[in-house]
Design a protein. Structure first.
Length: 522
């Protein structure tokens, strides 16, 4: 199990830890750039434009955007895989990044549309509350008159109080969420700039683990039951309770809070984790055009216009969305192939995560399907087609790779973590570095020529990079050498219309993302 976060590995010659066998990261899989292409337009452009303007990795925007779109759909829809198997569009998206890596501006940009809608709902509620108070005053007056007239005529009817429509919350306790979910059957988005408060609350309350069990229900839009100590009716029952999550957490904090009990309960397996290498900050004149934001806002508004179906008792329930024949074929192929990947996972924790990522593939497909519907006046809601399913599968595969990568990071020794951080730092500066440049650019090695030399030599000995001689200039001088990382690329992409290729996914080659100044530290 992952609880100890320790792995046995052969020692390097200098005794500092495991010798890497692959590049660019010494003890983990290489970072794969986030496949923004899976998002339908105009959401794709919104993510790309925001990443360029902020100067962050696109994943830092894409994950909260995914959670926002999923929350906007909420429990109004569910993709039907079988008569007995439905998946709701619920996503728990977590960006793992150090302080100063622009994760907060990225999340603010991604969630602004839904937060603006929430602001409008506050204004609407205040206006409705004012009208309600006036109606109550009139009702009290009419009731008093009716009683004075010895109950002549029909008794006045009290007005119904307004409902405060909620889309976004920050409170993480089940006790606080239950009454909000009762009045908002669509579901909610839990948005926190720092998710440590959410994860940490599981350690502080209800040692019996009931909070954990309740959160697991919210991930599958299951029934939520909360027994209160006060009130006329002390039980709160929400038949389809759903909360999407987007937030950030620092790597060291994630390592501390993910205790073995959480893995045993299956909580981390439900998290969609992404730990993009931080980029070196550089000023850019790039900005986001207002038309790009407006089109994204329209998509969110359209998703929020989706309405529930009705069950046999007339209560709100999700509308089931089936798969087309081609989409179903893609799903079955993925299901069978991915089952082998689950079986071959190196431990139970990773197998549990892959099992949830399997179910995320149709969830993603449903979200993309609804986005396409929201962005096009001509598209009939209909069924999830091969295009959406292929995109959902592609994104699920990316998260499987990234989950394996992040779990490996959680297991790193201190020496492994230092080596990976150095490799990523060199990547962010072009993949080439002399000892002198390392001294001058990295404060850890400033005025430490021997340490800088030793660090680069150690990476060469482990096969992470190699030395290239630097010829002397015409003026002479001492010959020197430069440490060089091997060129790497990741191959993946989703075509504009996978359905045109019978649901197959073409691939293109794209360069790896930059790495940066910051590193994982406990």
């Amino acid at each position: 199990m992952m609880g100890d976060f320790i792995i046995e590995a052969p020692q390097r010659g200098d005794g500092r830890g495991a010798c890497p066998t692959s590049s660019p990261a010494p003890t983990s899989k290489p970072w794969q750039p986030f496949p923004v292409v899976v998002f339908p337009e105009p959401v794709r452009t919104f993510i790309d434009a925001g990443a360029k303007a902020i100067g962050c990795d696109p994943a830092m925007i894409a994950l909260p955007v995914l959670a926002v779109c999923a929350a906007a759909i909420g429990t109004t829809r569910a993709v039907r895989l079988k008569q007995s198997w439905f998946e709701p569009p619920i996503a728990w998206c977590v960006i793992v990044a150090p302080s100063g890596s622009l994760k907060s501006p990225a999340q603010d940009y991604a969630t602004r549309a839904l937060r603006d809608v929430q602001t409008r709902r506050v204004r609407e509620y205040r206006a409705a509350l004012k009208e309600f108070r006036a109606a109550m005053a009139k009702y009290d007056s009419d009731l008093s008159a009716w009683k004075r007239d010895k109950q002549q005529g029909a008794q006045p009817i009290a007005p119904d109080p307004p409902v405060f429509i909620r889309h976004v919350v920050s409170d993480t306790t089940i006790e606080a969420l239950a009454p909000i979910l009762l009045q908002n059957p669509r579901g909610l988005l839990l948005c926190r700039d720092e998710l440590s408060g959410w994860v940490g609350s599981f350690n502080q309350y209800k040692k019996s683990g009931s909070d954990t069990a309740s959160w697991l229900e919210l991930h599958r839009a299951g029934a939520l039951i909360v027994d209160r100590k006060t009130g006329d009716f002390r039980m709160i029952y929400v038949p389809h309770a759903a909360v999407c999550i987007c937030g950030t957490i620092q790597p060291g904090t994630l390592r501390r809070v993910l205790v073995p009990a959480f893995f045993e309960a299956g909580l981390p397996a439900r998290l969609l984790l992404a730990a993009p290498p931080s980029r070196r900050k550089r000023w850019t004149e790039a900005d986001v055009e207002s038309s790009v934001v407006q089109l994204y806002d329209k998509v969110i508004d359209a998703l929020l216009s989706l309405q529930h179906g009705k069950d046999k008792d007339g209560e709100p329930c999700p509308v089931p969305i089936p798969l087309t024949v081609d989409a179903r074929r893609l799903w079955i192929e993925f299901y069978n192939e991915f089952a082998s990947q689950q079986e071959n996972a190196e431990d139970d924790d990773l197998r549990a995560a892959f099992a949830k990522i399997e179910g995320y593939a149709p969830r993603f497909a449903l979200v993309f399907h609804c986005i396409r519907w929201a962005a096009s006046a001509d598209l009939v809601e209909g069924s999830v087609d091969a295009r959406s399913m292929a995109a959902g599968i592609q994104l699920a595969r990316w998260f499987a790779h990234e989950t394996e990568r992040v779990y490996a990071m959680l297991r790193e020794s201190d020496a492994d973590r230092d080596d990976r951080a150095l490799v990523e730092w060199i990547q962010g500066r072009g993949g080439r570095m002399t000892v002198r440049e390392l001294q001058q650019g990295n404060r850890k090695y400033r005025n430490k020529a021997d340490a800088a030399e030793s660090a680069l030599v150690g990476l060469v000995q482990c096969g992470v990079g190699s030395w290239e001689p630097v010829p002397t200039t015409a003026k002479g001088g001492q010959p020197t050498r430069v440490f060089v990382l091997p060129a790497s690329s990741t191959v993946y992409a989703t075509p504009e219309n996978p359905g045109e290729n019978d649901g197959s996914v073409d691939v293109d080659s794209v360069d790896g993302a930059e790495s940066g100044d910051t590193e994982w530290t406990g």
